[in-house]
Design a protein around this ligand. Sequence first.
Ligand code: MN
Length: 176
Amino acid sequence: MDGRGVCHDLYFSHPIAYAVGVGVPAKHCARARRLGRNRMEGAMKITRCGEVPSVRAPADAFTGVVWQNPIVTAHAPGRVGSALVTFLPGARTFWHHHPLGQTLYITQGTGWFQTEGEPRIEINAGDVIWIPPHEKHWHGATDSTTMSHVAMHERDGARHVTWLDPVSEADYLALG
Ligand code: MN
């Protein structure tokens, strides 16, 4: 509260004040505090490096050695999910599709990506790939290099992916 009767310390929790970046009149402080409790409780969280164990990707959806580091698992009504996924040489997903699509941001290395019916393509660190809903595809490392990507997708109900068959060695190694 300053000399003009303006509450600054809660401005960030008042939606209008937040929008314009100013303090709110003192008479609104109680409301801001109420809104603050409702809107901000548990909202801010830092997960420090090393707090969340890496997870070995399951053999019924991935071929080879794949490690996942969870980034986001949204609480309802949010539905975004994200993970950093690292594929060792030869490793890849099974064929699959996503009900609401998926974005991949390649963070390290060189890998391969294929949409069904199209040639396999090479993907490299810095590339961003958007995969439309229901489009059957796979992604992974090349046979001689690692590849890591951040995967981002939204749940449709309880599901963000539908897993299909493994990618055969013939399909995996077929030239693009
Ligand atoms: Mn995918």
